[in-house]
Design a protein around this ligand. Structure first.
Ligand SMILES: [Zn+2]
Length: 138
């Protein structure tokens, strides 16, 4: 029961008494008080309606902010996850010496010491002695 409904109920009780507000001072005061209560109830109703509207607008804003957050920040998260996934597997890529295609060197290829190129069909041995070229001068 809202306040307006309670006031209407009390108004009904008051009307049922059939008091003469012209002759009875008490009845006159009660009638005035009921008028004030009714007005307060109406104002509270409009405040409630305004609050409901604010709630809806706030929900819409929250959704918009959530969408924005997703658009702005989610890419980074996904990239991090992708990076983590790749980090679980031990492999690296080297360019095919024949055709330049990036070749995946995984555990299997490392163990065999040989990489097959799926593009040009070439095979070449893995060499880990490149260090000599890089550090020789120093
Ligand atoms: Zn190749």
């Amino acid at each position: 029961m809202t306040i307006s409904e309670k006031v209407a109920y009390i108004q009904g009780l008051f009307d049922g008494l059939k008091l003469d507000t012209e002759k009875s001072g008490e009845a006159r005061i009660l009638s005035e008080i009921l008028d004030v209560l009714r007005e307060m109830g109406q104002q509270l109703d409009s405040v409630d309606a305004a609050m409901d509207q604010f709630d809806e607008e706030l929900d819409t804003l929250e959704d918009t902010v959530a969408d924005l957050e997703e658009a702005v920040f989610d890419d980074e998260d996904e990239q991090d996850e992708d990076f983590d996934d790749e980090g679980d597997e031990d492999f690296f890529e080297i360019p095919c010496p024949t055709c330049g295609e990036d070749l995946v060197v995984d555990d299997e290829a490392l163990a065999a010491g040989v990489v097959d190129c799926p593009v040009c069909g070439g095979k070449f041995a893995l060499s880990f002695e490149d260090d000599e070229n890089g550090s020789d001068g120093e």
